[in-house]
Design a protein around this ligand. Structure first.
Ligand code: MLT
Length: 264
C-alpha cells in the first residue's frame, strides 16, 4: 500500500498494478470505505482511493470549496500520478464529484460506476438541512454528522447483526475534521444539477442502488440509469445507502464483472 500526499493537501492511497481505477468516497467518510473493494481489485488493477480535501487525512481548505474544485483536485492528482485515463467510481457525494469530472474532462475516463448517488441538485429544503448540519457540526463536532448519517447508511437489520461494522464506521466518521465536513455540506448544498449531463455520457456505466436507500432511492437511480445510454442498473437487496460496506460481496461481484468487460 502506497500513500501519497499530492500538493501537500490531498491524501491518496494506492494499491495494486494494472489499469487505474479511481474510487471517490461519500460523506462523512474517507478512502477507508473502499477497503473491501481495494482488496478485491488490487490483484488486477491500480486502485486509487483519495480523501477529498477536508476529509480523512487530506488538509481542511482555508477558503470555501465547491464540488467542481474537488473534481479539479482529482485531475491534479491524476496528472501528478501520471494517470492519463482511468475507470472512475463515485459513491454518493463521490458521485457528485464524478459528474463534475465527466463535465470537465470526459476523455480521461474509460468507464463509470455510480453507486448510491443522484443527479439532481438540492432544493431549498435540502439546502436548509445542509445549513443546519453545518451549524450542528460547529456545535457538536463530527459526531453531529455521524449521528445523523448512521441510521441512513445501514439497514436496521445490518446495524443489529454487524456491531463490528457499526463500530468501525463510527470511528471513521468521528475521526473527521468538523470544519472539513462543513465545507463538504456547503459544497453539496450548492452543487450543479447533473441531469443534463447524463445523456452525454458515452462510456460503459454501472449504476448500483441499495434496495432500502432513502438518500438515493432505487427508483431515482433507475431513472438516472435510463438516461445514460447502455448503462447497467443493479439493485443490491437488503442494503441501505452504504452498499460497498453493507454488502461488499454483492457490490464487488458487480464491480469485478463490470470492470472485466469495460476494460477488456
Ligand atoms: C453521501 O453519502 O455522500 C451523502 O449522503 C450525500 C448527500 O448527502 O447528498
Amino acid at each position: 500500500m502506497k500513500h501519497h500526499i499530492i500538493g501537500a493537501e490531498q491524501f491518496v492511497e494506492e494499491e495494486g498494478q494494472g489499469a487505474p481505477v479511481i474510487l471517490l468516497h461519500g460523506f462523512p467518510l474517507d478512502h477507508r470505505m473502499w477497503a473491501s473493494q481495494v482488496q478485491a481489485l488490487a490483484a488486477n488493477y491500480r486502485v486509487i482511493t483519495p480523501d477529498l480535501r477536508g476529509m480523512g487525512q487530506s488538509d481542511v481548505p482555508v477558503t470555501n470549496i465547491s464540488i467542481n474544485q474537488y473534481a479539479d483536485d482529482i485531475l491534479t492528482l491524476m496528472d501528478k500520478m501520471d494517470i492519463q485515463k482511468a475507470a472512475l467510481g463515485g459513491f454518493s457525494m463521490g458521485g457528485y464529484v464524478a459528474f463534475a469530472l465527466l463535465r470537465k474532462a470526459p476523455s480521461r475516463f474509460t468507464s463509470l460506476i455510480l453507486a448510491n448517488t443522484r443527479p439532481e441538485a438540492d432544493g431549498a429544503e435540502a439546502r436548509k438541512n445542509r445549513m443546519n448540519m453545518a451549524v450542528s457540526l460547529y456545535d457538536k463536532g463530527a459526531a453531529a454528522a455521524k449521528d445523523a448519517m448512521l441510521p441512513k447508511l445501514l439497514t436496521e437489520q445490518t446495524r443489529k447483526d454487524q456491531p463490528g461494522l457499526v463500530e468501525s464506521l463510527s470511528l471513521v466518521m468521528e475521526s473527521m475534521a468538523a470544519e472539513g465536513l462543513v465545507h463538504a455540506s456547503l459544497a453539496m448544498a450548492f452543487r450543479e444539477d447533473a441531469t443534463d449531463l447524463l445523456s452525454t455520457i458515452s462510456v460503459p456505466t454501472l449504476v448500483i442502488a441499495g434496495e432500502h436507500d432513502a438518500i438515493a432511492p432505487p427508483d431515482v437511480m433507475k431513472k438516472m440509469a435510463d438516461q445514460i445510454s447502455g448503462s447497467s442498473f443493479q439493485v443490491i437487496p437488503a442494503a441501505s445507502h452504504l452498499t460497498p460496506m453493507e454488502n461488499p460481496e454483492a457490490f464487488n461481484a458487480l464491480l469485478i464483472e463490470f470492470l472485466k468487460n469495460a476494460t477488456a
